[in-house]
Design a protein around this ligand. Structure first.
Ligand code: AMP
Ligand code: GLY
Length: 422
């Protein structure tokens, strides 16, 4: 029976993948998406309310009376959207504002990790630029400096020497390149190893990892250039063998759930654990409290269980009894196509061609796209599309993704050519 209307908040590739998966559920009657994008439009009714317009989203929820709200991005979570919707009687997938500090505040997270003895880099925190300057090099170099608040994945500076560190202090704390996030700066020990992320469903009684995914954060091939929101992913991650999975579970995930319970953190949603796999074992680099983007675009196509059932189970604290099945024979590779200039300034409004042809090879998830006055699909953001290839082998999935990418054209398009290449 199609009896559940969903309010989906967000308008990126992650939300397109969520809408695509949720529409496969026999129980979903309709998705209302705020604000959505030109791809989500084909699956959902898009409403022009911004993902950070909390009052607007609450008014929308009151008018639409959804049976479930799914909050994609971190900003509305940090602004307390989950709390507000919950107070209106809407079941919400996504943590409350108190828990959302796990992503919105590095300092909150470091204190949580330290309190519960969960492996992470040693750290100190500063609210005074002078005090921080005196401590340059406390943990040696490269020196890791992090703005405390949300900075769209860009608030971390790795300074190679004293000069760079001084500049970083000035950029973060004086020029306030990341706004108020620079009021407090966390300095960390530099961790050596390989990065991996694990996305987990979490409710009061359980933490259940999804299939693994590997992200590519830098803009250029060979992991060169500045950090981005993510330029591609593949799933499963080859770094994540059974032994590593067991260690992460025992040393990080279960202690985290126990920590949530001990601290009264009532978390319902996705906990995204960013890890460094070091010689001493896995250590937490960061927590996010939402699905990853573009991890979701390569992980959800491998999910066999009805996603709606899982989301409702989380909302109702039934996750421990819910069976989650993955298609472990299927591999996925997602290549992000970004606007020229991203992650710096980029152009917008450029016509995108070849979307239908690409869809013959791959799943084309829209991110920064919209329809212009003439009904054409044009670019409207830094990351424009996520093109996911699927296959029985990793190589086949990779070929399909790049076959899709090769058919898409827009002015200045850039993408990495080494996603999933070993
Ligand atoms: P974050 O936003 O905290 O995930 O940091 C962004 C990126 O900076 C990470 O994905 C890592 O590549 C790098 N990074 C952050 N913290 C550390 C650390 N303590 N040691 C080494 N690299 C780090
Ligand atoms: N791809 C990294 C993130 O979603 O934060």
């Amino acid at each position: 029976m199609r009896d559940i209307k969903i309010l989906l908040v967000g308008g990126g590739g992650r939300e397109h993948a969520l809408a695509w998966k949720l529409m496969q559920s026999p129980r979903v009657s309709e998705i209302v998406c705020a604000p959505g994008n030109a791809g989500i439009e084909s699956l959902a009714r898009c409403v022009p309310v911004a993902a950070d317009d909390i009052d607007g989203l609450c008014a929308l929820a009151q008018a639409e009376r959804p049976g479930l709200a799914v909050i994609g991005p971190e900003v509305p979570l940090a602004l307390g959207l989950a709390d507000r919707l919950f107070a209106l009687g809407v079941p919400v997938f996504g943590p409350n504002a108190h828990c959302a500090q796990l992503e919105a505040s590095k300092s909150f997270t470091k204190a949580f990790l330290a309190r519960h003895g969960i492996p992470t880099a040693g750290y100190r925190e500063y609210t005074d630029a002078e005090a921080l300057r005196k401590d340059i090099g406390v943990f040696g170099f490269p020196m890791v400096l992090k703005a405390d608040g949300l900075a769209a994945g860009k608030g971390v500076i790795l300074a190679q020497d004293t000069e760079e560190a001084k500049r970083a202090v000035s950029v973060l704390m004086e020029q306030r390149a990341f706004g108020a996030a620079g009021e407090r700066v966390v300095v960390e020990e530099f961790l050596r190893g390989t990065e991996a992320s694990v996305l987990c469903f979490v409710d009061k009684g359980a933490i259940v990892p999804m299939e693994s995914a590997q992200d590519y954060k830098r803009i250029f091939d060979g992991d060169e250039g500045p950090n981005t929101g993510g330029m591609g992913t593949y799933s499963p991650s080859l770094l994540f063998d059974e032994e590593m999975e067991r260690r992460v579970c025992e040393e990080i995930l279960l202690p985290t759930l126990a920590g949530f319970q001990a601290d009264g953190l009532d978390f319902h949603g996705v906990l995204f654990v960013g890890l460094m796999l070091t010689a001493e074992g896995p250590k937490v680099i960061e927590f996010n409290n939402r699905f990853g983007d573009p991890e979701t675009q390569s992980v959800l196509p491998r999910l066999k269980t009805d996603l709606l059932d899982i989301l409702l189970a989380v909302c109702e604290d039934r996750l421990a009894e819910t069976e989650i099945e993955w298609d472990r024979t299927l591999r996925a590779v997602c290549v992000v196509m970004a606007a020229g200039g991203y992650p710096g300034d980029y152009s917008k409004g450029d016509v995108i061609e070849g979307l239908d042809a690409a869809a013959e090879d791959a799943l084309v998830f829209h991110a920064g796209t919209k329809r212009d006055g003439d009904g054409r699909i044009v670019t409207a953001g830094g990351r424009v599309l996520g093109v996911t290839g699927l296959g029985a082998t990793h190589e086949e999935a990779r070929e399909k993704a790049y076959a899709g990418v090769s058919k898409i054209r827009f002015y200045g398009a850039q993408f990495r050519k080494d996603i999933g290449k070993f």
